[in-house]
Design a protein around this ligand. Structure first.
Ligand code: ATR
Length: 281
């Protein structure tokens, strides 16, 4: 039997996933014998698949839409990151036990630290737009970093409120209509909604009164520079794109499966940028 480690990304659909490109780049760069492939698994089959990852020949996997919650619930062991978000995107086996982690928090906070290293020095709340899984992961990151004022604004207020309840009221929620006022005093403003993604409307928010040195982060990475980031850059705010989060969230999984902590390099970033560009043309 081959001992070459194999990992995969599991989703439905899965064609769009950039993860094989990222992990394939690292496998090649570090000269590791192993593989990382796409696995299209339907909702009807996901439970059986995840409970028999080893039987399918894998040492672990990334999990994407729509399976992140079921992956979390089936795991024998859950890292605090997965518990905080209530969803898992990274799985591995430890002595036959299925272990789950959520690396979105790590991915976002690592890249924020690299692109906006002074974000903690700014006064004012952190404002998060949106209340889906990504908003949860990012809110957890700021809470863990010790930020006392985290505000969530979402079109559907109830989803924001349920996110706040999940964090025992440690984040505050406001109506979506209050976004301009919230932006005025924000130290960091993060878009986790799908607004600004190719094919979606732009996000309607006024950035003119954000404090000097304020940070705007967008988790949308297609386009790479969203209209929100472009406006922010033009008025001198610090911008953090969504591609960095995508690249950095892949690091912990690769290390667990293949035993090397990989680096996010300009070469890797260029490779993914080119791939995104080629899809558009
Ligand atoms: P994920 O879990 O990947 O973070 P999601 O659950 O699909 O993403 O969430 C998408 C986010 O974009 C939600 O916060 C959604 O708001 P609702 O909860 O009200 O649906 C937000 N969103 C999508 N379209 C929007 C729009 N036209 N205006 C404002 N917010 C929008």
């Amino acid at each position: 039997m081959s001992t070459v480690p194999r990992a995969c990304v599991i989703g439905w659909p899965i064609e769009h996933s950039r993860s094989p490109l990222i992990h394939g780049f690292w496998l090649k760069s570090y000269g590791i014998e192993g593989s990382y492939t796409k696995q299209a698994v339907h909702t009807d089959d996901i439970e059986a698949f995840l409970l028999n990852i080893a039987g399918h020949g894998f040492v672990g996997a990334n999990v994407t839409v729509p399976h992140k919650r079921v992956a979390f619930s089936l795991a024998d062991h859950r890292e605090p990151s997965a518990v905080a978000v209530g969803a898992a995107n990274t799985l591995w086996l430890d002595d036959g036990h299925l272990c789950a982690e959520n690396t979105d928090t790590f991915g976002f906070m690592t890249y924020l630290g690299l692109k906006a290293p002074r974000w903690r020095e700014l006064d004012g709340p952190v404002v998060i737009l949106g209340a889906g899984g990504a908003a949860r992961a990012i809110a957890f990151g700021f809470l863990e970093a010790g930020v006392s004022d985290v505000y969530i604004l979402n079109r559907t207020r109830e989803r924001a409120d349920s996110l706040a309840a999940h964090f025992s009221g440690r984040v505050k929620t406001y109506d979506w209509q209050a976004r301009n006022t919230a932006a005025e005093g924000a130290s960091v403003l993060v878009n986790t909604t799908t607004l600004g993604m190719s094919g979606m409307p732009e996000i309607d928010i006024d950035l003119a009164d954000m404090p000097a040195g304020g940070v705007i982060a967008d988790i949308v990475y297609s386009p790479l520079e969203t209209e929100l980031l472009s406006r922010a850059r033009k008025i001198g705010l610090v911008t953090v794109d969504g591609l960095g989060m995508l690249l950095h969230q892949a690091v912990p999984g690769f290390e667990r499966w293949f035993g090397v902590r990989p680096r996010v390099t300009p070469e890797l970033r260029n490779l993914v940028v080119e791939d995104l560009r080629s899809l558009k043309s």
